[in-house]
Design a protein around this ligand. Structure first.
Ligand code: FMN
Length: 352
C-alpha cells in the first residue's frame, strides 16, 4: 500500500486534504465540516489555555465523530530584553497616537508554549484527540512518547531539512513541510537562525528523499491542481490554510474577508513586525511602519501583544489597517464557499 493511502486510512480520511490549524480563524464548525467531507479538519489551539482548548475539542466532537487535528505552539520562551521592548514601543508610539491611544508600559507573553503548559498536555492525554500537531518546535521526547502511547497521531511543522531531521529524531509520526509561500507564522524553531526560505515544492522534494516519515505539503496550495502537484512530488496530503479563510464557518471577520477578496490580497509579505516572529500576511500599515524603521521588533509573542493592543484601539474606531490578516502567496486564488463544498471542489479539481 502506498504511503499516502496508509496515511489517509490511519486517519480515516477519504481525500488528501488537511484544513490547516489557524489560531483565531479555525473553528469547531470549520474543522468538523472538513472532516465530515472526507478531509482532516484542524483546530488551532495555540492562543488559548487548557480549559478553552477542552471546550473547543468537545464542541468539535459534538459535530463530528470523525478524526480531527488539534494544534499547539512549542515556542521557546521570549528572551526578555527591556531595551529592545522599550525601543519597539517607542517606534510604535506614533501609530498608537494616530488612534488616540498610548503604548502600554510593558508587554506580556500572551501565548504560553505547550512545553510550559502541563494542563494542556494532561487535557490531551485525557481527551485523546485523533491527531495533535505542533508549530515552532517540538514537545519533549517524553511528552511525544506519552501522546503516541495514548493513540494520538502526531505531526510537526518543519521549514527546512534540518528541522525535519529534528522532527524525525523526536519520534513524531509525520512532518508538515511548510514552504515560504505559506500564510501565517513560519514554523521555524529558532526565528533568529539562518533561513534558506525554501519553496514548498523544493522542501517537499528534499524531505521525501531524506526521510521515511509521511510528508504533508503546506504553503501556497489553493486548488485541486496544487494538491495533485504536491502528491506528485511525494507528499501524502496537502495542508491548506488561506484557501479556507473565506469559508462561512471560519472566524475571520468582515474586514479580513473584504481585504482577502480585494486587490490587496496580491501583496503579502513575511514580516516579524506584527508578532516578533516571521509570519506572512496581507501588507498593512503596521508591517510597513515596523519593517521600515530599522528597529528590531520585541521578541515573540511580546510584539504580538503590542500589535493586538494597537489593533484593538484602531478597531474601536472601525479602522482595520493594523489588523493581522494572515494569508499566503496564493491569497488571490482564495474562493468563497462552504467548507464541505470547497473540499468537494478541491477533490473534483484533483481529478481534472
Ligand atoms: N499553523 C499552525 O501550525 N498553527 C496555527 O495556529 C496557524 N495559524 C494560521 C493562521 C492563518 C490565518 C493562516 C493563513 C495560517 C496559519 N498557520 C498556522 C499556518 C498553516 O498551518 C499553514 O502552514 C499555511 O496556512 C499553509 O499556507 P497557505 O496559507 O498558503 O495554505
Amino acid at each position: 500500500m502506498d504511503q499516502s493511502r496508509q496515511f489517509l486510512d490511519r486517519l480515516g480520511m477519504r481525500h488528501p486534504i488537511i484544513q490547516a490549524p489557524m489560531a483565531g480563524v479555525s473553528t469547531p464548525r470549520l474543522a468538523a465540516a472538513v472532516s465530515e467531507a472526507g478531509g482532516l479538519g484542524s483546530l488551532g489551539l495555540g492562543a488559548g489555555d487548557a480549559a478553552q482548548s477542552r471546550r473547543l475539542i468537545e464542541e468539535t466532537r459534538a459535530l463530528t465523530g470523525r478524526a480531527f487535528n488539534v494544534n499547539f505552539f512549542c515556542h521557546a520562551p521570549a528572551a526578555r530584553d527591556a531595551a529592545t521592548e522599550a525601543a519597539w514601543l517607542a517606534h510604535l508610539a506614533p501609530l498608537f497616537k494616530e488612534v488616540g491611544a498610548t503604548p502600554p508600559a510593558a508587554l506580556d507573553e500572551i501565548y504560553r508554549s505547550f512545553n510550559d503548559d502541563d494542563a494542556s498536555f494532561e487535557m490531551l492525554l485525557a481527551l485523546r484527540p485523533a491527531v495533535a500537531s505542533f508549530h515552532f518546535g517540538l514537545p519533549t521526547p517524553e511528552r511525544i512518547a506519552a501522546l503516541r502511547q495514548a493513540g494520538i497521531y502526531t505531526m510537526a511543522s518543519a521549514t527546512s531539512p534540518r528541522e525535519a531531521a529534528l522532527v524525525e529524531a523526536a519520534g513524531i509520526d509525520a512532518i508538515v513541510a511548510q514552504g515560504i509561500e505559506a500564510g501565517g507564522h513560519r514554523g521555524m524553531f529558532d526565528p533568529d537562525a539562518p533561513d534558506e526560505r525554501l519553496s514548498t515544492a523544493v522542501l517537499v522534494r528534499m524531505l521525501v528523499k531524506r526521510t521515511r516519515l509521511p510528508v504533508v505539503a503546506a504553503g501556497g496550495i489553493m486548488d485541486g491542481q496544487g494538491i495533485k502537484a504536491a502528491l506528485d512530488l511525494g507528499a501524502v496530503a496537502a495542508q491548506l490554510g488561506t484557501a479556507f479563510i473565506l469559508c462561512p464557518e471560519s472566524a475571520a471577520n468582515a474586514a479580513y474577508r473584504d481585504n482577502l477578496k480585494s486587490a490587496c490580497a496580491a501583496t503579502t509579505r513575511l514580516s516579524a513586525s506584527l508578532s516578533g516572529r516571521p509570519a506572512r500576511g496581507i501588507v498593512n500599515r503596521l508591517i510597513v511602519h515596523g519593517d521600515g524603521g530599522g528597529v528590531r521588533p520585541a521578541a515573540y509573542p511580546l510584539a504580538y501583544d503590542a500589535a493586538k493592543r494597537l489593533h484593538a484601539a484602531a478597531a474601536a474606531l472601525d479602522k482595520h489597517v493594523f489588523a493581522a490578516h494572515w494569508a499566503g502567496q496564493g491569497a488571490p486564488l482564495a474562493r468563497e464557499a462552504g467548507a464541505a463544498d470547497l473540499v468537494r471542489m478541491l477533490e473534483r479539481e484533483m481529478q481534472e
